[in-house]
Write a protein that binds this ligand. Sequence first.
Ligand SMILES: Nc1nc2c(ncn2[C@@H]2O[C@H](COP(=O)(O)OP(=O)(O)OP(=O)(O)O)[C@@H](O)[C@H]2O)c(=O)[nH]1
Length: 525
Amino acid sequence: MNRFSKYILFFSILVGVGFSAYIGKSIYNKESSAIELDFRKDVDDKAAALEREILLNIEVLHAIKGLFDSSSNVTSKEFSRIARSFLARHQDIQALEWVPRVLSSERLAFEESLQTKIPEFEIIEQKIDIMISAVERESHFPIFYVAPYAGNERVLGYDFASREETLSVMERARDLDKPLATSSIDLLSYRSKQQGIIIFLPTYSGEPSTLDKRKEQLRGFVAGVYRIDDMFGSAIKRTSAEGIFFSLEDKTNESINNLYSNFPVDLILDSSQTAFTYEKRLSPFSGRQWSIVATPSAGYITERRGRLPYIIVIFGSLLVLLAVLYIYVLMRRSDWIEREVKQRTHDLNEAKQMLEALSQTDSLTKIANRRCFDESLQACWQHAIRERSSIGLIMIDIDHFKLYNDTYGHLAGDQCLREVASELNQTMNRKTDLVARYGGEEFVVLMPHTRDCISPAIRCQTNIEQLSLPHESSPTNEFVTVSVGVTSIFPNKDSDMLKFTVEADKALYQAKNSGRNRVCVYSGT
Ligand SMILES: Nc1nc2c(ncn2[C@@H]2O[C@H](COP(=O)(O)OP(=O)(O)OP(=O)(O)O)[C@@H](O)[C@H]2O)c(=O)[nH]1
């Protein structure tokens, strides 16, 4: 398996796993968008409920104002009756109040008129933690009627003009003839630990059409004191907002004032939650701009998340890995088969070469055999014709070899043949010379490009004699000897190759006939 294939497999894993992760991430993102939509809808529902609650609360003030508009002298009883009916339906109202304008000149008479019922009554204001008699000012805005009375007794006579921010809200409400709300204030004087707001709705004598007339004809204010926690709580109750952390912020005048929060103190939000954080601005009311900032809990998100993205990533990656593993095994197997084929081809080639060598070799003497000689002569013959070169041919026959066999036995005869072949091979020192066993005890030497064939022939004859292989039964010599016939030719296309070998054979025959152990050159007869 080559390096390129490994890179391809590695790359396939990367692409496959990457693709699975991409699909998983896409589904995850779609889920996130769906969760975000769900979440924003929940928060919007909550904001709408809170807006409704605020509107209803303002409506209460308008209803009470109607009472004052229809009568110039609304009694405490009349006020209480109508206020109680609203209080029963609105759990978030701390108090409903009638706050008349009392000019400095009217203060004494005003206080005395009430002292008949509540002897200690006077217009008061808060100094640090205690209530004291209100300082003289042009107009006082004391709480005259308060419902429910029980629990709110302490605020009776409290002069709203003593508090700068409240006075400013009231004056603007008067000037605009609109209900206006204070920023959040603590309701300790109402014996409530919650934060609250007070909404002032101005009432006039008659129907003033200009700013000056409003200032002049102002009778007082219908005021509602609202507990923010309860107001927000009752809005939450009416919507399903489980698992959502809210905070209610007053963003009037660019400053942020936290009005309510259900975020646990020790809560640590992670990025998967804060990514969904959503701020919903409520419709402005009574001069105030509130916002709800919401973040989902971890449970809210988990509940809405499916397992599909994770399943796709895990199973997708597993499938890719399995597929690549399968391909890897196939490639390894194909490599193994390729190696096997190569090895076997190599073995076959070796066997073929060996067979070819065997088919060209004489099994006894290990020199070239007759077949090899015939093929070599054929090739050499054609070459010589083309090159106009000569060929020499020596034919060698062991003298009286039959007697040798008879004397020393066949195995010794074989050994003799081997030694003669080896000696002839060593005698011929040119690379191009071919020494072959022609048959029986006969050898040939083929010599391309050779003019002088007699010298090598004589060397063959003398070298064999000098081997001194004993041949006691030979009538020629006490050692093994050979008879040698030589011929040569410059062949052309009309030359006869068979005739050429016959010539060598004839020369050999001549050597035999003329006494053996000699060299005869073909003379043409
Ligand atoms: N040991 C052995 N003998 C062989 C082999 N091939 C041929 N011969 C013997 O060589 C002998 C050749 O004998 P002949 O053809 O009569 O020739 P010669 O006895 O050598 O007599 P001249 O050639 O006339 O000198 C035969 O006896 C063959 O059996 C062989 O491979 N091994």
